[in-house]
Structures are given as structure tokens and as C-alpha cells.
Design a protein around this ligand. Structure first.
Ligand SMILES: *[C@@H]1O[C@H](CO)[C@@H](O)[C@H](O)[C@H]1NC(C)=O
Ligand SMILES: *[C@@H]1O[C@H](CO)[C@@H](O)[C@H](O)[C@H]1NC(C)=O
Ligand SMILES: *[C@@H]1O[C@H](CO)[C@@H](O)[C@H](O)[C@H]1NC(C)=O
Ligand SMILES: *[C@@H]1O[C@H](CO)[C@@H](O)[C@H](O)[C@H]1NC(C)=O
Ligand SMILES: *[C@@H]1O[C@H](CO)[C@@H](O)[C@H](O)[C@H]1NC(C)=O
Ligand SMILES: *[C@@H]1O[C@H](CO)[C@@H](O)[C@H](O)[C@H]1NC(C)=O
Ligand SMILES: *[C@@H]1O[C@H](CO)[C@@H](O)[C@H](O)[C@H]1NC(C)=O
Length: 561
């Protein structure tokens, strides 16, 4: 799906310019800016050890300044370790003819070494079920591509173990091995969690079965390393309907249920995790609008709100850190559809700014310590350029989405007060998404140690349709009174900046770019500025700059001494 940003511009010629004032007070701290965007993941663990995959891991490790974490499925899945869509394996556990366990950590070690050598730490997922432990092992391997139904993937790996003792011993041996290889201090800095989305067919068992699986795994992790950080339950969806009951029953069990592994009351959790997904659709042409895709950010925000509501029912748990362990515009990275046409261009980064910052605001309203909003996107080898899957890079070219994480990485220190005259009310976006007026959002930070103030501004609407640019006046107050001027660096993601996709379209969409074209695309994939850095006058601790921000564009203004 190719988006045509100026398709209907003629229809909009009578629309007035959109005037916006953004006001930042650099002296009004709201506390440390949570660095939630530094979490990534994918289904396919083995991509990370390939050439292009390890290069991308390195880029994620360089986003800084806070630590990057990576979550992946299939770390315990049986197979030869070759990457494939929605599949991966490590052969960590097999059994000999007499049913005795054989552990082999070679492939897992390779994957985690690849992360750690590139400044990325595991958010280690304990799953899926090795073939030798599955209660229903056949069929086990599957083949998936984006033309097939998602359901083909649910095979032998998704079943409970035939022996919880063997399952527990596998987990114990894995964590013990990790401590031996990397040291307790290193492994203490990881996150561990059990399985993925046990409330949908990823786990072919009841919630009661999952609680047993979880209790045995948590106990095994803690026996191997008592100070390890472990949480869950990584359910699909937040907290309404069946997923709400699932989360509630899970949390209730951890508070006062009988632990299946220890026989004691309760299961100690270090963090709570769930998943949040938007819900884009493709809309046919009407008399008023051409055909286009329409995002739905409220779906993901409602997942977060609903889960927060459930967590707040548990006063002994509501102080725990929360991680949205998958947090995406839609539910399937390896699927393609016209509604997923947002993934190549600038709708994806602006949506990500909108949803991640709104989730932070929502967490603040609930008094929840949100630590992570994890993007489920990595890269796939051997695919066409800009094939439309949810990936961060395509054949080694960084897509615009990666640059929103580079922007977040430049925001350090405290979050400071910032307002936009065109920012929709939080409750309005949660309830109605952004389908009427556009939302001009702002997030600002001030780092006292470096004297740096950063202001991110995004111009978002669910519809991938042309809209007038926002004409924005940015007033920054609360700078040091005796300061005469600051250096401004203006980073930008739009159709002409930090955008390998539009560059590739302008080249005629080559599937075999020349060496020169390839280098041009690589450069276009990096975070770019709109102009050279310049000095801006400061009077009485205040400065003012103006800018014009296209729809789905994002600006990051960095002010330094
Ligand atoms: C462990 O797995 C690796 C990678 O698949 C393989 O090369 C090696 O032979 C295995 N080790 C043993 C002892 O089987
Ligand atoms: C779960 O397991 C049952 C019994 O093996 C099977 O009939 C069913 O199709 C499985 N569910 C899914 C979603 O694969
Ligand atoms: C758009 O039209 C197609 C073909 O007529 C139809 O199958 C599809 O459901 C329509 N989409 C929407 C969102 O109405
Ligand atoms: C957006 O998602 C929410 C939650 O799933 C749903 O209630 C709402 O109808 C969706 N909005 C649109 C326009 O599809
Ligand atoms: C990795 O990216 C390069 C470009 O750097 C591309 O030519 C190659 O096909 C990719 N490798 C695979 C296995 O897709
Ligand atoms: C849509 O937005 C306009 C302002 O842009 C506002 O006047 C109107 O009330 C909004 N309509 C709805 C249904 O929210
Ligand atoms: C991109 O550049 C073209 C040509 O220079 C210009 O017409 C267009 O307005 C620019 N678009 C943006 C979003 O800056």
C-alpha cells in the first residue's frame, strides 16, 4: 500500500491555516521523564543473529541514553534456529531416548550475546513449549506468510507441558546458565516473563493451566537467582471483557492464591505487563473523502485504561512498575493489508508519539509507574524493499519510524510543563480517538545536568489524508534569566526529512537499488534537521520560535547553551 499524501489537496484549498500556540515552562518539573520507548520485540528470535538483524540491534542499543530492552517469542521453541516469518527456535531442550533432558544453550547464547555486545538487554520471555515437553506436539513446525490465515501458527508449541517438574527444571537450568555466563549483576538487570498472550490461542490451555505454568516458572527463576526481576502476564488486550477477567484473576492469584509450585500463598511479581493495540481500518471512497486508511489510537489507549483500572483494584500491587509488553498500531507485524499501509511513512512515527505520550499521561492520572511501551517491530531478511510489514528497517534501510525513537532518545532529564492550544483533552482521545480535529501534541524535557531543553511536537490525525499545515508558535519560558541566547537544533520527520520511504518512491521504487541509490536511502533513513543549528535570542528567560508542521510530521526542538 502506497500512501499518496497530496492526493486530495485540491479539495482542501478553502481550508484555513491551523494556528497553534505551544507553551513550555522549563522551570516547572513534573519529575523524571519516563524513558518508556526504549523497548522493542519480535516473534522471530533468530533474525537478531543475522547480518542485517545484528546491525539493527546495534542501532537500537545506540538510541540511548536509557537502556534498550528486547523481547522475543520462541526462545525455547524446538527447531534448527533458522529465521522465518512468525517462527523461531533454539533447540534449548530435547530429550534422549529414555526421556532424560538434554539442554543446549548455544543458540540462545548467540542471541543474547548479540544483544549484550550491542548494548541491548533481554526482556526474556520464557516460552514456547519445546516439542519434547508439549502435551500435543504434532504438528509442531508451521509455515506462515502474509497471505495465510493467522490461525495456522497455533501448533504443538502452544500447549502446556506434559510435566511441570520438567518445565520448572528447564527454566531453572536456563536462568542458572545465564548467571554462570553473564554474572548475577547482569542478569539482575534483565526482565523475565512467562509466555505470550496466554488469554488467546498462543496458550492452548485454561487460565488455571497458565497459573500453574507461571507459578512453576517464577519459582524456578527465583531458585536460580533470588533477585531476578520477573513479571507478567503479557495478556492480549487490557482489561475489558474476557481479558479483564483474565488479568483480574491472574493478579488475584498472585495475591492470595495457592502457589502451584511452592504450596505457599501468593506469587511475588516485580512488574505487571499487558498488551495494547490500535485498530486501523481501510475506508472506501465516499462523496466526501477518497479511499484511505484510518488509524484508531483510542483502541490502544482503552487497552491501557482498562488494564490500569484492573491494576488499581489491587492496593498491594498498584505500586508495581507496569510495562505494555507490546504496544502497536495493529495486531500483526507479519501480516499485510491495506489498513496496514501506515507502516512505511510518517503516520507510524506520529501515531507512536501520540499513543506513547497519551499512555504516559494516562498512567500519571492513575498514579501508575509506566516503565515501558514496547514496539513490536524488528526486521525480516529476504523480503522486498518497503514490503509493508511492520518493521523498523527494510533491507538495512531505516524507515521513518526508527527516527521517532531517535527523537525520544534526545529527551533527557525531567519532564517539564508543556501545553498546546491544539492538544485534545486526554479523555476525549481515549474515548473518541483523533477523528475530528487534528491533535497537535507536545512533550518537553529539561536536563539540568547539561542545560538542554527539548520540545517534541507532533501533528496527528487518525486519517491518512492531507490536512493544512499547523502554523505553530513555540514559547519557552523558565530559562535561566541571565542567558542571552541558546543554540537551536530542529530535527524533523516529515515527507522531506528523515524519510527513506519518500526518497525511495521518488527514485521510482527500485527493488534493486544501485550502490549509489542504496547509500542515498541509508542517509535518508537517518534523523535529519530542517536547517543548520542556529542561535535564538533569549530575553528575560523566554524565547519564541515559529514553525510550520505538516500533518503527521513531528518536530524535535533541542535548545542548548
Ligand atoms: C548444540 O547446538 C548447536 C547449535 O545447534 C550444535 O551445533 C551443537 O552440536 C549442539 N551441541 C550438542 C552437544 O549437541
Ligand atoms: C487447542 O487444542 C485443541 C485440542 O488439541 C484443539 O482442538 C484446538 O484446535 C486448539 N486450539 C487452537 C486455537 O489451536
Ligand atoms: C470497501 O469495499 C470493499 C469492496 O466493495 C468491501 O469488501 C469492504 O468491506 C469495504 N470496506 C469498508 C471499510 O467498508
Ligand atoms: C476504535 O476502537 C474502539 C475500541 O476498540 C472502538 O470502540 C471504536 O469503534 C473504534 N473506532 C472506529 C472509528 O473504528
Ligand atoms: C541485508 O541487507 C542488504 C543490504 O544491506 C541486502 O542486500 C540483503 O539482501 C539483506 N540480507 C538479507 C538476507 O535479506
Ligand atoms: C469537531 O471539531 C470542531 C472544531 O474543529 C468542533 O467545533 C466540533 O464540535 C467537533 N465535532 C465533534 C462531533 O466533536
Ligand atoms: C517537500 O519538498 C517539496 C519540494 O521541495 C515541497 O513542495 C513540499 O512542500 C515539501 N513538503 C514538506 C512536508 O516539507
Amino acid at each position: 500500500m502506497i500512501s499518496l499524501p497530496y492526493l486530495a489537496i485540491a479539495c482542501l484549498s478553502s481550508v484555513a491555516a491551523h494556528w497553534v500556540t505551544v507553551t513550555v515552562d522549563a522551570s516547572k518539573s513534573l519529575g523524571p521523564l519516563p524513558q518508556t520507548s526504549r523497548f522493542f520485540g519480535c516473534d522471530e528470535p533468530n533474525e537478531a543473529t543475522q547480518l542485517n538483524g545484528s546491525a539493527l540491534i546495534k542501532e537500537l542499543g545506540e538510541l540511548g541514553p536509557s537502556q534498550t530492552y528486547f523481547r522475543t517469542h520462541n526462545l525455547l521453541t524446538t527447531g534448527d534456529g533458522s529465521p522465518r516469518l512468525k517462527w523461531g527456535s533454539t533447540n534449548a531442550y530435547t530429550e534422549d531416548g529414555a526421556g532424560n533432558p538434554i539442554y543446549n544453550w548455544t543458540v540462545i547464547d548467540n542471541i543474547f550475546d548479540t544483544y549484550l555486545e550491542r548494548n541491548v538487554k533481554p526482556y526474556a520471555q520464557i516460552g514456547f513449549m519445546p516439542k519434547a515437553l508439549s502435551t500435543n506436539p504434532d504438528p509442531y513446525e508451521f509455515y506462515f506468510d502474509e497471505t495465510l490465515s493467522y490461525n495456522v501458527i497455533f501448533t504443538g508449541w502452544s500447549y502446556p507441558p506434559k510435566s511441570y517438574q520438567k518445565w520448572a527444571e528447564l527454566v531453572y537450568q536456563w536462568v542458572k546458565h545465564s548467571v554462570e555466563r553473564y554474572g548475577a549483576e547482569e542478569v539482575n538487570s534483565w526482565y523475565w516473563e512467562v509466555w505470550n498472550e496466554p488469554n488467546i490461542p498462543y496458550f492452548n490451555g485454561t487460565e488455571y493451566d497458565f497459573l500453574i505454568l507461571h507459578d512453576f516458572a517464577v519459582d524456578a527463576v527465583r531458585r536460580a537467582l533470588s533477585t531476578a526481576r520477573i513479571g507478567g502476564p503479557e495478556i492480549a488486550g487490557g482489561g475489558t471483557g474476557t481479558s479483564g477477567d483474565y488479568l483480574r484473576q491472574f493478579l488475584q492469584h498472585t495475591v492470595d492464591g495457592q502457589n502451584a509450585a511452592t504450596g505457599q500463598i501468593g506469587t511475588e511479581l516485580d512488574f505487571i505487563s499487558f498488551h495494547a493495540k490500535g485498530s486501523p481500518i481501510y475506508i472506501n471512497a465516499t462523496a466526501a473523502t477518497p479511499e484511505h486508511l484510518q488509524m484508531n489510537v483510542s483502541a490502544a489507549l482503552q487497552n491501557a485504561r482498562d488494564a490500569f483500572n484492573v491494576i488499581k483494584e489491587f492496593p498491594t500491587l498498584d505500586h508495581l512498575p507496569v510495562i505494555i509488553g507490546e504496544d502497536d498500531p495493529d495486531g500483526c507485524a507479519a501480516c499485510a493489508s491495506p489498513a496496514y499501509g501506515y507502516r512505511n511513512g510518517i503516520v507510524f512515527p506520529s501515531y507512536t508519539a501520540e499513543s506513547f505520550v497519551r499512555q504516559l499521561d494516562l498512567a500519571a492520572e492513575y498514579g501508575i509507574d509506566l516503565q515501558g511501551t514496547l514496539t513490536w517491530a524488528f526486521e525480516y531478511d529476504g523480503r522486498k524493499y518497503f514490503d509493508g510489514l511492520r518493521v523498523l528497517t527494510t533491507n538495512g534501510i531505516d524507515k521513518p519510524i526508527l527516527n521517532i525513537f531517535r527523537m525520544f532518545g534526545k529527551m533527557t532529564g525531567n519532564r517539564v510543563q508543556a501545553r498546546s492550544s491544539a492538544q485534545l483533552a486526554l479523555q476525549d482521545v481515549v474515548a473518541n480517538s483523533v477523528q475530528n480535529a487534528t491533535d497537535v501534541g507536545v512533550l518537553a524535557s529539561s536536563d539540568e545536568s547539561s542545560g538542554k531543553v527539548a520540545v517534541m511536537i507532533w501533528h496527528y490525525h487518525d486519517d491518512d489524508l492531507p490536512k493544512p499545515d499547523a502554523q505553530i508558535e513555540v514559547d519557552v519560558h523558565g530559562l535561566t534569566k541571565n542567558c542571552k541566547s541558546v543554540k537551536l537544533t530542529h530535527y524533523r520527520i516529515d515527507d522531506n526529512h528523515s524519510n527513506s520511504y519518500t526518497t525511495w518512491l521518488e527514485m521510482g521504487s527500485p527493488q534493486q537499488p544501485t550502490t549509489e541509490q542504496y547509500e542515498t536511502l541509508r542517509t535518508a533513513g537517518q534523523l535529519q534537521t530542517v536547517s543548520r543549528a542556529k542561535r535564538v535570542r533569549v530575553t528575560g528567560g523566554e524565547l519564541r520560535v515559529s514553525l510550520s508542521l505538516p500533518i503527521h510530521g513531528t518536530s524535535l526542538l533541542v535548545f542548548e547553551q
